[in-house]
Design a protein around this ligand. Structure first.
Ligand SMILES: Cc1cc2nc3c(=O)[nH]c(=O)nc-3n(C[C@H](O)[C@H](O)[C@H](O)COP(=O)(O)OP(=O)(O)OC[C@H]3O[C@@H](n4cnc5c(N)ncnc54)[C@H](O)[C@@H]3O)c2cc1C
Length: 391
């Protein structure tokens, strides 16, 4: 079996690692260059991401991630202001009973991605944007990259995020709704906020400050083991640049609108805009943003995908943000999709299941868990729409 994965994000790389471990021939097209656009700062990693990681990646990779995660995150704090100081107004357990948030740990996103890329040097084609596909009469799929190169595979997986070119061709009726909301995310060395009281106040918890009409989310990543030492011990093949400058930091996020962001695009310009947005907030929050690494400031768009009607399974499928978007947990869900699809493709490759039946099983579970409207959560009763065959 040969599989083309489009997108070297969390979902695509988890899938590629899992397929490779199972001896399945896989290639990944990634439009960015290896050190291209930053893909985030840190993320909350829960049991779904961890289960997928353990199932799909080799033990040394898993050990590297586990060794460098932050401490257990079991509480979500709401901070408010008392006499100009930040204080904890409310603490809520992240036990899964009061919302979708689950307990987990903070993971450094660039480091996680570098770990996932380790061993896939011959598998990921950087600077290779996917352009289109055509489903062939024998059930295989031909994919084109933007430079005109083509390749045929048994399965094409769109793991190309919210703007997915695979989804736009395969399920053209599925539209992304731009909420107009944006999130500016940045990171500040922990040493720069020592003395403000913030590290002691929030510990390993997720924190959300609601002060003077502004909301700001925060979390500290204290690497359990220094990444340089963990690399030597767990994954010497990891690119040493991924750990060279690693130090503990505070991740912060500010919800903004497109209008508030103005024309700011480069990390430094976005950082400047963030400084302006917090200029009227208590000193601790101003220090947090003023002392951030300018080049690690990113803007993330918040889109949503309304639940689509069921489509018949074929040789093309989608995982992660390419088909469902959940800003706070989407990385975990993309990895969970990758794990589940990988398990199905392995069964098909071993001849234990027909290929399209295997993909249908994956898609039914994925739809059932990620889309909650009645039409999408009852696949058997939902309307079936046709898909684009390409070509
Ligand atoms: C503010 C914010 C905070 C978040 N925090 C968390 C969190 O704490 N925990 C969590 O689990 N999730 C979090 N998420 C969600 C998470 O970031 C996403 O759900 C996750 O990145 C989705 O992974 P993916 O692999 O599906 O897609 P992506 O990570 O978007 O990867 C897609 C890849 O495809 C590539 N690509 C795109 N088009 C093409 C093309 N045509 N050809 C080739 N390659 C292409 C892109 O360059 C990219 O590498 C957050 C999201 C936001 C917005």
């Amino acid at each position: 079996m040969r599989v083309i994965v489009v997108g070297a994000g969390l979902g695509g790389l988890t899938l590629a690692q899992g397929l490779r471990r199972a001896g399945i021939d896989v290639v990944v097209y990634e439009r960015e260059e290896p050190r291209g656009r930053p893909q985030g700062v840190s993320m909350h990693f829960d049991d779904r991401g961890m289960t997928a990681l353990r199932a799909c990646l080799p033990p040394g990779h898993v050990a590297m991630v586990e060794a460098t995660m932050g401490g257990p995150r079991e509480q979500a704090l709401t901070l408010s202001e008392t006499d100009g100081e930040l204080t904890v107004e409310r603490s809520q357990s992240l036990d899964g009973t009061k919302g979708p948030a689950r307990p987990g740990r903070q993971v450094d996103r660039p480091l996680l991605r570098a770990v996932m890329l380790t061993g896939l040097e011959d598998t990921v084609r950087f600077g290779a944007p996917f352009a289109r596909f055509q489903q062939l009469a024998d059930g295989t799929v031909r994919a084109w990259s933007a430079d005109g190169r083509t390749e045929v595979a048994d399965v094409l997986v769109g793991a190309d995020g919210i703007g997915s070119a695979v989804r736009r061709q395969y399920l053209p009726h599925v539209q992304v709704v731009d909420t107009g909301k944006r999130m500016v995310m940045g990171a500040t060395p922990l040493r720069r906020v020592v003395g403000t009281g913030l590290p002691e106040l929030i510990g390993h918890s997720a924190a959300r400050a609601q002060v003077r009409g502004t909301m700001m989310a925060m979390g500290i990543l204290r690497f359990t083991q220094p990444p340089v030492a963990a690399r030597t011990e767990c994954l010497p093949g990891l690119d040493s640049r991924a750990v060279a400058d690693a130090e503990d930091y505070v991740m912060w996020a500010l919800p903004v609108t497109e209008e508030q962001l103005g024309t700011a695009e480069s990390p430094a310009a976005v950082w400047g805009q963030a400084q302006e947005l917090v200029s009227g907030l208590p000193e601790t929050l101003r220090t947090l943003v003023d002392s951030a690494w300018p080049d690690r400031t990113v803007v993330l768009r918040n889109g949503m995908i309304p639940p689509p009607p069921v489509w018949p399974a074929g040789s093309v499928t989608l995982i992660g943000d390419a088909i469902h978007v959940t800003p706070g947990f989407g990385g975990n869900l993309a990895m969970q999709d990758a794990h589940r699809l990988c398990a199905q493709l392995v069964q098909a490759a071993r001849g234990e299941k027909e290929l399209h039946a295997a993909i249908a099983t994956y898609e039914d579970v994925m739809r059932h868990e990620n889309f909650t409207t009645p039409a999408a959560s009852r696949p058997a009763e939902a309307a079936v729409v046709s898909r684009g065959s390409g070509g």
